[in-house]
Write a protein that binds this ligand. Structure first.
Ligand code: COA
Length: 385
């Protein structure tokens, strides 16, 4: 059986990864890969996964796929610890009309090395030069590793479809992207999130870093604080699911290039709050800054310092020319943050904010400009890391 179908498999390679026909020797690696919790979370591989499942996949899916020309599966091989080793799977499921859907998985021992990005690039190039007109990618919402790979290979993000993919007995929301034969396949890099650091006037070191799921409990606590809830329109009740949604939305905005969200944190990783540079896609480099703090981080200059660090970074990195800051007229603490950072007062937008009790209040508007910021020679400079 192996001889007959393996000869149909074109070998693809770029000098780092080699895509080839699976062999019996891959069954052990296939089994341990499918036993990894990430596989259970993001794919529909059987759970628990036994060696017999890999055997079935080899005999009943991979081999017939090539023989019937409806699924092209490759083993991903790469040099690991000096040896060429099985490092994952990639396949194309053909629809018979010129379209195909891609599926892939990297062995846990080989992740984070850029191997699947290379593999998908090779497979997409192969498919589109073999006459297929479209390659589609779908992933459960939240699978950022997979989405990065698709975007880096030039796939066009089409959006989120609710309840699209079956997963462990229920339908889940999924992302969809596609690559047409006519698309520009120039690799697009994923925006990098710089970590920033600075010190409050009281000498406390703070860091602006990427949020992670580990920050969710602190987000939940902050969102359930009455002062936060008074000024920010938040879902009620606010629990772990809402915090995860907040983090997914932050990553989504980052990926779309519309907004950059940082976690304000202690150097040892405790989340103190959030700060966001919004309107990154606005013309004339005009942006807006927004922030909130966990109640136990208030009253010691953390938000003032975070606004200074971010404003400084935005101007120095060429991300902004003018930054707006809006605060409720009744939010003394937030107004003080704008004033301490010498944001220029622009005036009041009357009745522009609805508070959690349903009443309206004015928004006070401030701005910092690149010109003013650079002219202020006495301004402390926050180093980037
Ligand atoms: C998703 C998966 C295929 C990535 O494989 P890989 O070989 O590590 O991929 P690459 O190294 O080419 O690129 C992955 C990128 O995503 C990043 N990444 C991985 N997990 C991430 C996460 N949870 N959040 C954000 N980025 C993530 C990696 O750090 C890397 O980016 P970097 O180069 O900027 O560091 C692998 O994690 C896997 O097999 N997961 C389980 C199966 C799966 O999800 N398959 C896809 C189903 S649609």
């Amino acid at each position: 059986m192996e001889q007959s179908w393996a000869a149909l498999v074109p070998i693809l390679g770029d000098g780092v990864v080699r895509l080839r026909a699976h062999t019996e020797a891959d069954l052990t690696g296939l089994t341990s890969m499918c036993q990894d919790p990430e596989m259970a979370r993001w794919t529909t591989v059987p759970q628990p996964y036994a060696p017999s499942d890999a055997r079935y996949y080899f005999d009943e899916v991979i081999a017939p796929g090539w023989l019937h020309n409806n699924q092209w599966s490759w083993a991903l091989e790469a040099e690991l610890d000096g040896e060429p080793r099985f490092a994952g799977n990639i396949d194309l499921r053909l629809d018979g009309l010129g379209g195909a859907e891609v599926g892939f998985a990297t062995h846990p021992d080989a992740r984070g090395l850029g191997l699947m990005t290379r593999a998908l690039r090779l497979v997409a190039d192969h498919a589109l030069t073999q006459g297929l007109t479209v390659v589609r990618w779908r992933a459960l919402v939240g699978n950022w590793g997979s989405r990065k790979i698709a975007m880096r290979c030039g796939f066009h993000f089409e959006g989120t479809l609710r309840r699209l993919l079956p997963q462990r007995g229920e339908l889940q929301d999924a992302w969809v992207a596609s690559l047409l034969a006519s698309d520009d396949r120039t690799p697009r890099d994923w925006p990098k999130q710089v970590t920033l650091a600075g010190t409050t006037s009281g000498g406390e070191a703070i860091v602006l870093r990427e949020f992670t799921l580990r920050d969710a409990p602190r987000i939940v606590e902050a969102a359930n604080d009455p002062t936060t809830a008074h000024f920010l329109p938040l879902p009620r009740p606010y629990g772990a699911a809402e915090a995860e949604e907040y983090l997914n939305l932050a990553a989504e905005k980052w990926a779309a290039g519309t907004s950059a969200v940082w976690c304000i944190s202690t150097p040892d990783g405790q989340a103190l709050g959030s700060i966001e540079l919004m309107l990154l896609d606005s013309p004339a480099s005009r942006r807006e800054v927004g922030y909130w703090l966990h109640p136990d981080a208030r009253g010691r200059g953390v938000a003032t310092t975070a606004v200074r660090i971010l404003t400084d970074h935005a101007f120095r990195a060429g991300l902004a020319h003018s930054i707006l800051l809006q605060a409720a007229a009744t939010n003394e603490a937030s107004l003080a943050i704008a004033q301490r950072n010498a944001f220029r007062s622009l005036g009041v937008w009357p009745d522009a904010l609805v508070l959690d009790d349903g009443t309206r209040t004015d928004l006070v508007m401030y701005a910092a400009t690149l010109r003013d910021w650079c002219a202020d020679a006495g301004r402390p400079v926050s180093p980037e890391s």
